[in-house]
Design a protein around this ligand. Structure first.
Ligand code: 3UK
Length: 518
């Protein structure tokens, strides 16, 4: 295993952007995007211009820049441009609602927001309540009090010296959600992406200059950010960016058109793509794809087998987290144990511990702890959660696992009530408090239930207020209600009306009693 040596004075933008020009890849395609190609020279120029443009808006070292952006060259330029000037990009989920954005903007104290035009309406709803935001930069048509991204870039210089940052300076944040409380900003440092690119991308995927990556998971997720941006950039490979919704049809179309070598998705999408392909023989995964990768939630063994039988290519399941930044346990090509999360990625260490943090024997379930140098330094302004999660060199993942005698790790669920739905977090508490806002709902409890693909989706148990009666119409009304209030993917796929909910003596809902999961 190669040891990763990073000098003290280090700006990570130079290793992922400038380095490609030094290696003579200026004319090589870095990005495929909507019938256009961007070479590494194009990306370099655009990154520098964006860095200079942000400077012109008054962004200084260590200051956050919030990004509500679709997968696009503008995302890439904003992320690296900010890092190159020593500022701190904070990409956030584009599926969120106004109230979420209000929190991200005030919590991060970003003075500049870069946002795609299509995502502006949610921001405009709360723009007046923002305490720190000074400039809204729009990719697309800017209104009077906004600034056009390309107008800014047009007058910016393509020459930019990287800010003299330390390898342990803050490089970017990613928000991570919990079962209770607001999302926490996981603060990542300049050396973190180097670590994941070296040990997971090079070590497990064997990523190299010839690869073309395509990730259905978006760049604003830690998973997508590595998959489709900093992994390929580290080795001078090419990435296919797609700004739209990842439907099965669209995925097959992109695979056919660009013939990527690495395809990354979440279990739900693999399941949906299989359903499409099993109905119609014309759908194919091209032979160019040498590996498929799955993360976000456990990949059922059944999906692994059906995919391999139908398309002749393996899916490598691996577990990663926003806090560790990317995958730390993974299956390896040719050594997959279907249904498992594979083995420890060389470069990381894993430990399974009991209630008193003592290591448990092989085969016994415990809490998974991970050690590795890509882990977030801390959660922004949240010392309590930081201390509970980050224990010196080790980090608590919040997952239950056991390790078998061959060193494979088997996922056994979360230690909190959080649900992974299509690879994205759903907090039962958030869905419950939304349901309660509806006049028909007295109280509710949300748990995970399995759908027909054996994947987890939210299910709500609802106690109605007096005068309301269960009906299919009411189910639909409550579902629509939730979708209108919070990110739509969080809505309960099933609603069961009950007379009362199981509770502890102190009145806490016992969600585990409602779970039908194994
Ligand atoms: C769960 C999995 C079983 C697990 C992520 C790859 O998902 C990512 O990050 P998040 O912060 O969530 C982390 C949590 O999700 N999980 C993820 N992958 C698996 N459970 N099998 C899996 N293969 O609870 C974990 O603690 O959203 C995934 C790369 C980077 C990431 N951030």
């Amino acid at each position: 295993m190669k040891e990763l040596k990073i000098p003290d004075t280090f700006n990570v933008a130079t290793a992922f952007i400038d380095e490609n020009l030094i290696q003579g890849r200026g004319q090589k395609v870095a990005l495929y995007y909507e019938d256009k190609t961007y070479t590494y020279q194009d990306v370099f120029d655009m990154v520098n211009k964006t860095g200079n443009a942000l400077k012109e808006l008054g962004v200084e070292m260590e200051q956050r820049v919030l990004m509500i952006m679709l997968d696009s060259p503008e995302f890439v330029a904003t992320f690296w441009g900010a890092i190159k000037i020593g500022a701190v990009p904070v990409p956030v989920n584009t599926l969120m609602k106004a109230a979420d954005y209000e929190y991200f903007l005030n919590n991060s104290r970003a003075k500049v927001l870069v946002v795609h035009e299509a995502l502006l309406p949610e921001v405009e709803k709360i723009q007046k309540r923002l305490k720190y935001l000074r400039h809204v930069v729009v990719v697309g048509k800017a209104k009077e009090d906004q600034i056009s991204f390309y107008e800014l870039l047009d007058r910016a210089s393509p020459n930019l010296e990287a800010a003299e940052t330390h390898k342990d300076d803050v490089a970017f944040w990613l928000y991570s959600s919990g079962s209770t409380g607001l999302p926490k900003g996981a603060v990542h440092l300049h050396h973190d992406m180097m670590y994941c690119a070296e040990y997971y991308a090079r070590g497990i995927l064997g990523i190299n200059e010839q690869d073309i990556t395509f990730s259905a998971a978006k760049l604003f997720f830690a998973y997508g950010l590595g998959n489709n941006m900093y992994f390929p950039f580290r080795v001078g490979a090419s990435a296919v960016l797609y700004p739209g919704r990842p439907t099965p049809d669209k995925m097959f179309e992109i695979l056919k058109k660009y013939r990527p070598t690495l395809f990354y998705a979440v279990p739900t999408l693999y399941g949906a793509m299989l359903q499409t392909a099993e109905k119609d023989a014309q759908y194919e995964v091209p032979t160019s794809v040498r590996l498929c990768i799955s993360a976000g939630e456990a990949l059922p063994a059944e999906i692994y087998r059906r995919w391999r039988d139908r398309f002749g290519v393996e899916i490598l399941d691996g577990i990663g987290s926003t806090e560790v930044l990317h995958i730390f346990l993974s299956n390896q090509p040719g050594k997959v144990k279907p249904g498992s999360s594979g083995m420890v990625v060389p470069g990381y260490e894993a430990k399974i511990v009991g209630e008193k943090d003592q290591e448990v024997p092989v085969g016994e379930i415990g809490n998974l702890l991970i050690k590795g140098d890509s882990t977030a330094a801390y959660y922004w302004n949240n010392q309590e959660k930081t201390r509970q999660t980050i224990l010196g060199e080790w980090i608590r993942t919040g997952d239950k696992y056991y390790r078998d005698s061959e060193g494979y790790y088997w996922y056994c669920g979360r230690s909190d009530d959080m649900l992974k739905v299509g690879g994205i977090w759903v907090s039962p508490v958030e869905v419950e408090s939304t349901l309660i806002e509806h006049p028909a709902v007295l109280e509710s409890a949300v748990v995970g239930a399995l759908d027909e693909e054996n994947l987890i989706k939210p299910k709500a148990f609802v106690v109605l207020r007096e005068g309301y009666h269960p009906s299919p119409e009411l189910v639909e009304e409550l579902q629509t209600f939730v979708k209108s209030k919070i990110a739509p993917y969080k809505y309960p796929r099933w609603i069961e009306f009950v007379k009362e909910l199981p509770k502890t003596a102190t009145g806490k809902i016992q969600r585990f009693k409602l779970r039908t999961l194994p």
